[in-house]
Structure formats: C-alpha cells, structure tokens
Design a protein around this ligand. Structure first.
Ligand SMILES: [Zn+2]
Length: 506
C-alpha cells in the first residue's frame, strides 16, 4: 500500500476519534481554549489515546542503562528508549515524594501546589529522643507535612474532565496527603511491583473499552528494597559479589558503622547493589505489564516512565559539609549523605523521563533540560485534552517536533531534612543552589562538565553566580505561591511512613 494514497492509521484513528468526540461531546479534541497548550504538530498528537504513567519511586537516572548506568538494570526501559523518546536531563521538583509527586500530578512547583513542607525549616521525621540519640536541633518550626492544596487542578481531574477513566495504584503513604483524591478508581497501600502490575492488568481487563483510560502505577520497591526480596531472586543473582553476604539477607544497620570506614564502604556497596537489583526487578515487572497490554490491544497508548526523585549513596557528602550543610538526621541516623530528601544534588534531582506512544520519533534523545512539571502539559497536548488551569511546566511536544525551544529554567525545592534552598537550573547547563538561610553558602556547578557535582564553582565564578541569582529572583517573582492545608495525620499513615524511614511525628 502506497502511504501517499492511503491516510495513515494514525490519521484515520484521529479522524474517527474526532468524530466520536464531536458526537458524544465528552471532551475537547482540538484543545482550542484559553487554558490549552499550543496545538501540537499534527503528526505527533493522538487525541483520545490512552495514557499509562509509571512512577518508580526513588530511582535515580544514572543507574539506568539509557542514562549510562554501568550495569544492566533496565532492559525494558532500554526497549522503551529505542521505541520512543529519552529526555536526558529531567529535573525532579523536589528530592522527596510528597512535593515531587505533587508536581507530577499538577504541573506546579511545590510552592504553588502546597504539598510538602513549603517555606519552613524542616525535618519530616523528627525522632523521639532516646531511640536514636538526642532529638534533632532543626526544625524550630513544624514537623508535619502539608496536604496538596484543595484548589489545584490535578492530572486525574484534568483527564477525567476530558472523558477518561482514571486509575491509580499507589504504594507510597504520601498519597494520603491529597495526591490520590481525584482518581476515580484508586487503591492505596504497600505492594510489590508484581502486585501493582497485577492490579493494573486486572483493571484494564474489566474496564469499559468505550472510554479512554489514564492509569498511574506507583512502584515503591526501589525505595523499600527488602519488600520484594522473595520475588527478585533472579535479579539479585546478577548483582551478587564474592566475599559479601548474599543480597536480600539481613542488611545491617549502617548507622552503626559511620565511624568505621573500612566496614562502612562495603556496606554501602551492598546497599547500592541491592538498589540496582530492585531497579532490575521493577523493570522486569514493567516489561510484563507492557507485553500484556500489547496483547490485550487496548488501543493507542502513551507510556511515561519516570521517578519522583533519586537516592544518594554518599555522593555529595564532602561538598555539602564544605558549604555548611546541616542534616537534622545526624543525631539519630548518624550517617549523612544517604537516602533522599536532604539536598538538591543530581543523585536526588536527576530522574528518568522516557515516553513512548503513537507518532513519537523512535530513538530520539533530547538533551535540553526538562522537568517533572512538564509531564501534565505534555500529556494533555499529546492527547488533545484541555488543561483546567495553567501549570508551571510546558508542553514538550514542540521539542519533540524539532521546533526552536525557549529552553526555560527549572527549579527544585522543598527539602525534607535541613534548611530550605532552591536549585536553579539554567539552559546553559549550570545549577545554582541558593540557600534561604545565611547559615549555608550557595553552590554553583557546571552540570555539562561536572555532572556528579564534585567541584563547587561558586567562589571561582562569582559573576556567573551573581547573574544567576538575579535571574532566579526575577524568575521566582513570577511563580505563584500557595501554602497547603496542614494535614490531619492519621495513625495508620504515620505508621506506614515510619516503615519507609520517614515520619515519627511527635
Ligand atoms: Zn519517593
């Protein structure tokens, strides 16, 4: 069949969907309203396509094969990268779940959607004195997280408004802070990736196929590495090391070994290899999910693979101490520079973003900086769904189409532990990390030359730092600011958070 004589499958499908939409009147297919993004180039959008949003909690980009990870952690993601688009430089809006997921689900920065600990000295898990030593000296102010503000439009309400059935399987307790409210079909609670995938497939099998679906699946396994140990023997086998205890065995409490460098380093390596094995396990489950959906043939589908933040394995300990960084966990965990929530460096803020779907260019790699705030406007643009409100992000569809880009700046903010600061990423590849307290010094890194941020250029490039600070102030003055409602923390949620290493409110 000659393509020039026959409309493409995508064109025929678009025309069919457009006529169905017009007949049913359940959503806008042309995106023609004041709040809609600019219309997508016709060869990229697929109005009415289904959407699958896969969020792998705590997954830093650089351990993944399409992002140069040294080990084979991600065969499924590699296949997705070959079939779709890899955004090489995606910035998380925050280094921990609640504010960062808030940004994925609203397209707003934490200061605008209100979820997290916006604008205060903070520590989400101030432990009771006696269990881990003295209570932390920070914060002077609140220790409770805020819920997502009630008046923001979410990705679920946006797609539901356009006639989509919306599904969520969440496994992180922070969804209780307003993140799951707008999904029509939602199940919460800890579960392995295998169970999450099973849930998603079961829902797809029984859905009403006359309506498109928007499904979010959130995987907690990489965050809570012991959770899935039973089901990931084959994945752990790939990362065992001779002379070390088998992965999945009792991981010793590394806090006890802070001052014993010789014992601590192998322990850190054990943790990292377990982390890689978990990434591989989740990737394998996602592979099963995608193959099953393909067999079910649920129709045109955009798949987004991303994470809310990364995980640090003492990557930036030295450079942070030199800048006066304070982590309030030091009095009870004793090990700094591990976990997440404590700083705005790349180990925590550089996350994967890979998108596949109808009409997208296969194997495209986009090097310009993008952010998690872009996911909602991009998906709305690709599917012809009308945005319900402005976002802080932008549609990446013009970037995919090769249009000249304004290359805007991005920020990360809202720490879980320590004094608040803002990371300001500019289009020339630099990041200024600006503390809001005079007790810490700003930091400046050239991410293009120094992606792991080993050399702080703040003192050497004062002119650049000053002009970036001016630009940040101008840029911030345009951002909305909103304080979320204080959460009413129920005992069950707090217990779940404690299991994850968070919480322990007084
Ligand atoms: Zn998280």
């Amino acid at each position: 069949m000659n393509a020039s004589q026959e409309p493409s499958r995508a064109t025929r499908r678009r025309a069919l969907v457009a006529s169905l939409c017009a007949a049913l009147g359940f959503f806008s297919c042309d995106g023609g309203s004041d709040t809609s993004p600019a219309p997508a180039p016709p060869n990229l959008s697929e109005p009415g396509a289904n959407v699958l949003l896969l969020v792998v909690d705590t997954l830093r980009a650089d351990v993944l094969t399409p992002y140069g990870g040294g080990a084979d952690t991600s065969p499924t993601l590699s296949r997705m990268a070959d079939a779709g688009v890899v955004f090489e430089q995606c910035r998380a809006s925050s280094p921990w779940t609640l504010p960062s997921m808030g940004s994925i689900l609203t397209g707003l920065y934490p200061r605008a959607h209100g979820a997290g600990l916006v604008g205060i000295e903070r520590c989400v898990n101030r432990r009771p004195e006696g269990k881990y030593g003295a209570a932390a000296p920070i914060p002077e102010e609140g220790t409770k997280a805020n819920r997502l503000a009630d008046d923001v439009a979410t990705i679920a309400s946006t797609f539901a408004n356009a006639g989509y059935d919306t599904y969520l399987r969440s496994t992180n307790p922070y969804y209780s802070y307003g993140l799951s409210d707008d999904f029509e079909r939602a199940e919460r609670g800890s579960a392995t990736a295998e169970k999450v995938v099973d849930w998603g497939l079961a829902e797809l099998r029984k859905r009403d196929a006359s309506r498109p679906y928007f499904m979010t699946l959130h995987f907690i396994d990489v965050h809570t590495t012991k959770l899935s140990a039973k089901g990931m023997q084959q994945d752990m086998a790939l990362f065992e090391r001779e002379g070390r205890p088998p992965l999945g065995a009792e991981l010793r409490n590394w806090a006890l070994y802070t001052d014993e460098r010789e014992e601590f380093e192998p322990l850190l390596d054990d943790r990292f290899r377990m982390y890689q094995a978990c990434a591989r396990y989740v990737d394998r489950q996602i592979g099963r999910l995608l193959k099953s959906i393909e067999r079910m043939d649920t129709g045109p589908l955009y798949v987004v693979f991303t994470s809310d933040h990364g995980e640090e394995f003492r990557d930036h300990w030295d450079v942070d101490i030199a800048s006066g960084h304070t982590d309030p966990r030091r009095n009870w965990e004793k090990v700094l520079g591990i976990g997440h929530g404590q700083n705005l460096h790349q180990a925590l803020t550089h996350v994967p973003l890979v998108v596949t779907g109808p009409n997208l260019p296969a194997g495209l790699r986009v090097s310009e900086t993008v952010g998690l705030v872009d996911i909602l406007p991009t998906l709305a643009d690709l599917t012809g769904v009308e945005l319900l409100a402005q976002t802080d992000g932008r549609s990446l569809v013009p970037v995919l189409a090769g249009a000249p880009s304004e290359r805007p700046a991005y920020i990360s903010e809202s720490l879980a532990y320590g004094r608040e600061k803002t990371a300001f990423y500019t289009s020339d590849g630099y990041v200024l990390i600006q503390p809001r307290s005079g007790a810490e010094r700003p930091q400046l890194f050239d991410l293009a030359r120094d992606p792991t941020e080993t050399t702080d250029l703040y003192s050497a490039e004062t002119d650049r730092a000053r002009s970036m600070l001016d630009a940040l102030k101008r840029w911030e003055s345009r951002l909305a600011s909103r304080q979320g409602e204080r959460s009413v923390d129920d005992a069950e949620t707090l217990e779940l958070l404690q299991d994850l290493g968070y919480a322990g409110d007084e």
